[in-house]
Ligand binder design. Sequence first.
Ligand SMILES: CC(C)=CCC/C(C)=C/CC/C(C)=C/COP(=O)(O)OP(=O)(O)O
Length: 327
Amino acid sequence: MWRGGATAASASDVLRHYGWCWELSKARLRCTAASISDVLRHYGRCYWELSKARLSALVVATSGAGYVLGSGSIVDIAGLCYTCTGTMMVAASANTLNQVFEIKNDAKMRRTMRRPLPSGRISPVHAAMWATSVGAAGTTLLACKANYLAAGLAASNLILYAFVYTPLKQIHHVNTWVGAVVGAIPPLLGWAAAASEVSLNSMILPAALYFWQLPHFMALAYLCRDDYIAGGYRMLSFADPSGKRTAWVSLRNCLYMLPLGLLAYNWGLTSGWFSFEASLLTTGLTIGASSFVLDPTHKSARRMFHGSLLYLPALMAGLILHRLPNQ
Ligand SMILES: CC(C)=CCC/C(C)=C/CC/C(C)=C/COP(=O)(O)OP(=O)(O)O
């Protein structure tokens, strides 16, 4: 009896012991899973911010629009997806490199001081490794699934943005014009991916993007003038406290956009409806830029900036809607 009782007691001790061990391992596993998911969430967020995901999404939209415009009557959806993914990856890489090179400057600006690098949430080496791997993967994807022309344009644009535009920001205000070229290349890249060549009518959207960026970035440079000066950046607004020159540059580039709608029609890229819509949109933006010239204040700059944000998606939608398939 006694022996049997002892055996039963120790068996239940053993069971209890292993029960505890099991609970402990489950708790440990839960802890490990929680810390893995915390780490993944942390770095996922850092990669997202380093890639300037919203800006990259806009870049992808312009590249996708270029792809559709450069396609024949049937748009190859798989090709479009590969092109957008490749563009997104190379743009993410370019944006990360831009931040790796600007850690000290970004730390001095209110607008950028909370970014992952100046706030110390990720190391520069880690960010550089992310930029290298995502950039190489995106270029390879474009080379394999689109063509070498598209891959070459993406890689050259990355170099122009990270190694020419980025250092130039601290040297001379001509940087904004170089940056406008960078922003104009993605639709050309999209067209090249679809058509395997670039032609005169492939230039309409890149030209629109080039001219559009000047009022857009001039308004931003004027509104964030003090922040840019604190960060050590030489925007045009730095040498132009009255805002007069900044406003004139904006107006001049709006005027350059006026003939683009008509050219798109003349070159057989779109129907006449697009010329009409583009003229209306550009006139609206030109009126915004004119009031910035007449009254260079934060209020008029902000109005022009918001107008530019509406202008681009509306123009691209019009181009796609009224496009005539590339022969
Ligand atoms: C395919 C490929 C490589 C595309 C790249 C497209 C790209 C990165 C466009 C951005 C253009 C531009 C001038 C942004 C402003 O940068 P900023 O340095 O003035 O911005 P910040 O002050 O917010 O850092």
